[in-house]
Ligand binder design. Structure first.
Ligand code: SAM
Length: 433
């Protein structure tokens, strides 16, 4: 009957609201199998996403679909997201759900007794006191248009309100707790009947009078802290605002680029050239020279050769092929020896300022050269030169085995994809139709 299906239209209504209003803290009451939460987690503005349902089994069934996937770890953004799922009843208070920007209650209240709706109103609007709330419920004025429907739309519904009944409840809530409400809905009636029957799902959009500073926000200090809900699941998404995540991503980037620079240089070193193999064409190689080289690299997109010439120019020396043959260790002035237990290891030294200037992601992540040095200094995966001005990369070429790539494959990814495609639940009559 409805295209897109009604449950999707309800969720889309919430998503559109989130896009327009950009709430940071959102809680979905009666979240069931978390299908709305899964859609909301992609909205960058949301920093805390919570879900509550009285039925813990339903929540547990799909909650792992909310976990970060491989790319969230491999390419974290600066956005922050924490997800918390609780088992608990909306008729009871829990201090962890106070002060949210948005509370959603989609097709929940009709599953409560009328006495529990009273408690719900007090808990949600009086205690949790969100800046905004979206409450949806079936509109019984529409029911005569639903084919094959006798009685309520779902066997667990305790009531189904007409538009007038919904309006009466909503206006009472507004008066009591300091909100204003706008009535709307999803699921259009056939043409000519909209006025008479309204939307299939009726929706009230509540906004706190005075916003965050409204009269209900006497929250916090003198309110007792009650914790009646059971935390079922919580996860922090990796974010570059977290120093450990930032360092991990930066180190990967630095090691990748340092290896790439080294490979480029080795290719040049082993390449056949006529006459003297000149590592440095330009004497000096100050900052100007370096940035010129970086520009060259950007234009040509031939990273290795240009990058290594940059490196070598920095050294300000030139060496001939003959010299290389006699003593491999002098072929590059920055070439260093490093004692490692009883073995003598040879390393290629890649200056940090070259990495910083030539690798856009390294500079974006670190912000400044001194930050870069600071972030790499204590990392066990990175070997810095004694003066801390260069990264030391083992001279031996290491092939990245296929298994290494395979290790990156994460079964969680496949699982998450699978989760995102599972059918969303519908009300009885919707499924039957
Ligand atoms: N909101 C979901 C959505 O949009 O997909 C569907 C909601 S489902 C029709 C109603 C949910 O409310 C069920 O998962 C049920 O367990 C939950 N529920 C019923 N009574 C509740 C209560 N007192 N507190 C919290 N959740 C409750």
């Amino acid at each position: 009957m409805f295209s897109p299906p009604l449950h999707r239209q309800r969720h889309q209504f919430v998503i559109d609201f989130v896009k327009r209003n950009k709430p940071k803290k959102v809680v979905d009451l009666g979240c069931s199998e978390c299908s709305l939460l899964k859609k909301l987690k992609f909205h960058r503005e949301v920093e805390l996403l919570a879900g509550v349902d009285i039925n813990g089994t339903k929540v547990r069934k799909k909650m792992h679909g909310l976990a970060p996937i491989s790319t969230d770890y491999l390419q974290p953004s600066y956005d922050q997201l924490r997800i918390e799922l609780y088992q608990g009843s909306v008729t009871q208070r829990d201090a962890r759900l106070r002060g949210f920007d948005l509370v959603t209650s989609i097709e929940l209240i009709e599953h409560l007794t009328l006495a529990d709706v009273e408690s719900f109103s007090e808990v949600v609007f009086g205690y949790m006191a969100p800046v905004a709330a979206i409450v949806s419920t079936p509109n019984s004025d529409f029911n005569p248009l639903l084919p094959g429907l006798a009685g309520f739309r779902h066997s667990d519904h305790k009531f189904e309100w007409t538009r007038e009944e919904f309006r009466t409840w909503a206006l009472k809530v507004c008066l009591e707790f300091g909100y204003e409400v706008e009535f709307t809905g999803v699921g259009q009636a056939p043409s000519g009947q909209q006025e008479r029957v309204g939307f299939c799902t009726q929706i009230g959009v509540f906004r706190q009078l005075g916003g965050r500073d409204g009269c209900n926000m006497l929250l916090g200090d003198n309110a007792e802290d009650v914790f009646t809900y059971t935390l079922l699941y919580s996860i922090n998404y990796p974010s570059l605002r977290d120093n450990n995540t930032l360092r991990r991503v930066l180190v990967c980037e630095v090691l990748y680029w340092a290896e790439k620079l080294k490979s480029g240089w080795m290719e040049e070193k082993t390449g056949k050239r006529n006459g003297t193999y000149t590592l440095c064409q330009t004497a000096g190689g100050g900052e100007g020279c370096l940035s010129e080289r970086c520009m060259e690299m950007e234009e040509n997109q031939t990273a290795c050769g240009a990058e290594m010439r940059s490196l070598v120019e920095q050294c300000g020396k030139s060496v001939s092929e003959d010299q290389e043959e006699k003593d491999e260790e002098v072929f590059w002035p920055n070439f260093q020896r490093q004692e490692n237990s009883c073995t003598l290891r040879r390393c290629v030294s890649v200056p940090l300022d070259v990495l910083w200037s030539c690798c856009p992601k390294v500079s974006a992540l670190s912000g400044s050269l001194s930050n870069l040095r600071h972030l790499l200094m204590d990392d066990p995966e990175v070997k810095l030169s004694q003066d801390g001005a260069a990264v030391l990369i083992n001279y031996q070429e290491q092939e990245l085995e296929e298994e290494d790539y395979n290790d990156l494959e994460d079964s969680g990814f496949a699982e998450a994809i699978q989760h995102s495609f599972t059918a969303e639940q519908e009300e009885d009559w919707e499924a039957n139709v």
